[in-house]
Design a protein around this ligand. Structure first.
Ligand code: UD1
Ligand code: CA
Length: 492
C-alpha cells in the first residue's frame, strides 16, 4: 500500500505565548513534532513531509530525522488548508493515501492511525476523518452529520452556532486523503473572519461533489489532545509520562513512586530494575537489567549497565557505569567518565573525564578529574587530583593495584606506577615508579611532655592576667571617681 505522511507544523502557536515554535515544545525530553514524526514512521510510509514555517532552521536542527522525512516551508501561516497545499508539489509522483496529522497532537498512536487507515481503505473512501467524542468539545472543529449520519462538514468552534457548539463529535486533525483528491485543496476559500484557509473545508467541498467521505470515531480522547496552550502541554505531558511509565512497568521495571519520577521518552530501562522516588532519567539514557536507582538520582545521556547500583542523590552526566558498579550516595559523575565493572564511587566523590578501572574504589570525598585509573586501585578519602594549573588541564595516570593514601594530592601530569603506594597526606609532584612507596610528608617530630609544660605555662599566663585585670579595675574606678568629682566642681 502506498502511504505518505504529512505533518502540519507551520502554525505560529500564538496561544503558547512563546518565542519557541509550538511544535518544538517538549514532552518528556522530546519535541512534540518528534512524537508525531516517529508515530508516522512506524507506519512505514514512502515519505514523510513536515510543513514548517518560522524558525524552520531551528526545527530542522532540533529533530532526529528518519531518512524518509523532508521539510517544506509555508512562508506565511495562512491556515491548515494552505499548509497542506505547500506539500502537494512534493507529492506529484505519489499515488496512494496521504495521511495528514497536525504537528501538535503528540499523543496519537500508531495503533489508532492503523485502524483508521484500515477503515478508510475498506470503505474505499476518497477522504476520511478521524473523529472522537470529547467530554468538552472546546476549541475542536465539530463534525456535522445529516439525519442519516452522513458527514456533511466540519464547523470550527469560532464559527459554530450555539446548537452546533453542543456537538461532541470533533475533528482530531487526522485525515486520510487519496492523492487524486488533493486537487480539492485549491478550491478552499479564505475564511473572511480569520484570513485563513481551513483544511476542514475540504470536507464539504468533497461532499458537494458527491465523493465518498466519512468520519471514523476511533481511539480515546486522551490520544487526540491538540496542544494549543501551555496548560494543554502540561496535560499532554502528564499523559505521556504515565504512558512511558506504563510501558516500562509492562517490561518488568518496578517504580516505588511512579508519580514522582521523570523518564524521558527515549530512555531505555532493563527488566528487573527498580526505580525509587524522585529519580530523573533524561536524554537518551540506557539502564540495564536488575539495576537499583535510589531516591533523588538524576542520570542524563548515560549508560548504566546490568546490576549497577546508583545510590541516593547522585548526578551522572554523559558517562558509562559498567556492570555491578556502585555510585553514590552524593556522587557527581561529570561528562566523559567510564566507571569500571564492580568499581565503587562513594560519598561526595566527583569524577570528570576519567576512566576508572574494574574493582577500583574511591569511597569518600575525592576529586578525580582527567584521569586514567587502572584496576584494583584504592583511592583514599580526601584524594584530590590537581588537574588544572590555571592555564591547562593535565592527565593523571594511576596504574593497576595502586594504593593512594588518604588526603593526598596528585599534581598532574603525573603517573603512579603499578602496585605502588602513596603514603597518606602526600603531595605527589613527580612520577612514582612501579611498586614504590611515595611519601612527601614532613617527618614527624615528637616533643616529650610538651603538653604538660604548655599547661603549666598557660596557668601562669592566666594567673598573671587575672592579677593584672583586678589591678586595672581598681585603677579604672579610681579614675572615674576623680572625673565625677571634677564634674561636680565645674557645676559649683
Ligand atoms: C485544528 C482544526 C480543528 C481540529 C483541531 C484538532 C483547522 C482549521 N482546524 O484546529 O478542526 O479539531 O485542529 O487539534 O484545521 N498549521 C500550519 N499552518 C498554518 C496553521 C496551522 O502548519 O497556517 C499547523 C499548526 O502548526 C498545527 C496544526 O496545523 O500543528 C493545527 O493548527 P492549529 O492552529 O493548532 O488548529 P486548531 O485551531 O487546533
Ligand atoms: Ca491545535
Amino acid at each position: 500500500m502506498n502511504l505518505a505522511g504529512i505533518v502540519l507544523a507551520a502554525g505560529l502557536g500564538k496561544r503558547m505565548n512563546s518565542s519557541l515554535p509550538k511544535v518544538l515544545h517538549t514532552l518528556h525530553g522530546a519535541p512534540m513534532l518528534q512524537y508525531v514524526v516517529d508515530t508516522l514512521q512506524k507506519l512505514k510510509p514512502e515519505k514523510i513531509i513536515a510543513v514548517i514555517g518560522k524558525h524552520a532552521g531551528l526545527i530542522r536542527a532540533s529533530m532526529q530525522n528518519p531518512g524518509t522525512l523532508s521539510y517544506v516551508e509555508q512562508r506565511e501561516p495562512k491556515g491548515t488548508g494552505d499548509a497542506l497545499l505547500q506539500a502537494v508539489p512534493y507529492l506529484k509522483n505519489f499515488h496512494g493515501t496521504a495521511v495528514v496529522v497536525n504537528g501538535d497532537t503528540p499523543l496519537i498512536t500508531e495503533k489508532t492511525i492503523r485502524k483508521f487507515l484500515t477503515q478508510h481503505r475498506r470503505k474505499k473512501h476518497v477522504l476520511s476523518l478521524l473523529s472522537f467524542i470529547a467530554a468538552d468539545p472546546g476549541s475542536y472543529g465539530r463534525i456535522m452529520r445529516d439525519k442519516q449520519g452522513n458527514v456533511m462538514s466540519i464547523v470550527e468552534n469560532r464559527d459554530a452556532t450555539a446548537t452546533q457548539s453542543e456537538v461532541r463529535e470533533v475533528n482530531s486533525g487526522v485525515y486520510a486523503i487519496e492523492s487524486k483528491a488533493l486537487r480539492l485543496l485549491k478550491e478552499i476559500k479564505m475564511n473572511k473572519a480569520t484570513g485563513e484557509y481551513y483544511l476542514t473545508d475540504i470536507v464539504h467541498i468533497a461532499r458537494d461533489k458527491g465523493m465518498a467521505i466519512d468520519a471514523f470515531c476511533i481511539g480515546s480522547e486522551d490520544e487526540f489532545i491538540g496542544v494549543n496552550t501551555r496548560q494543554d502541554l502540561d496535560k499532554a505531558g502528564s499523559l505521556m509520562k504515565f504512558r512511558i511509565i506504563g510501558k516500562w512497568c509492562d517490561h518488568g521495571v518496578t517504580f516505588i513512586d511512579a508519580g514522582s519520577v521523570f523518564i524521558s521518552a527515549n530512555s531505555l530501562i532493563g527488566q528487573g530494575t527498580i526505580i525509587y522516588p524522585n529519580v530523573h532519567i533524561e536524554g537518551a539514557t540506557k539502564i540495564g537489567r536488575r539495576c537499583a536507582i535510589f531516591p533523588n538520582v538524576r542520570i542524563l545521556d548515560s549508560i548504566i549497565e546490568d546490576d549497577a547500583t546508583i545510590k541516593d542523590s547522585t548526578l551522572i552526566e554523559k558517562s558509562i557505569v559498567k556492570k555491578k558498579a556502585s555510585v553514590g550516595p552524593f556522587a557527581h559523575i561529570r561528562p566523559g567518565c567510564t566507571i569500571g565493572e564492580n568499581a565503587k564511587i562513594g560519598n561526595f566523590v566527583e569524577v570528570k573525564n576519567a576512566m576508572i578501572g574494574p574493582d577500583t574504589k574511591a569511597s569518600h570525598l575525592s576529586y578525580l578529574g582527567d584521569a586514567k585509573i587502572g584496576k584494583g586501585v584504592n583511592i583514599g578519602a580526601g584524594t584530590i587530583i590537581c588537574n588544572y594549573d590555571g592555564f591547562k588541564k593535565h592527565i593523571t595516570s594511576i596504574e593497576n593495584n595502586v594504593f593512594i593514601g588518604s588526603d593526598s594530592q596528585l599534581i598532574a601530569p603525573v603517573t603512579i606506577g603499578q602496585g605502588s603506594i602513596v603514603g597518606a597526606g602526600s603531595t605527589i609532584t613527580k612520577d612514582v615508579p612501579a611498586n614504590a612507596l611515595a611519601l612527601s610528608r614532613v617527618e614527624q617530630t615528637n616533643i616529650e611532655n610538651w603538653t604538660l609544660r604548655r599547661k603549666k605555662s598557660r596557668q601562669y599566663v592566666v594567673d598573671s592576667k587575672q592579677q593584672r585585670g583586678s589591678r586595672q579595675y581598681v585603677a579604672d574606678s579610681r579614675q572615674e571617681k576623680r572625673k565625677t568629682k571634677t564634674r561636680h566642681k565645674d557645676k559649683d
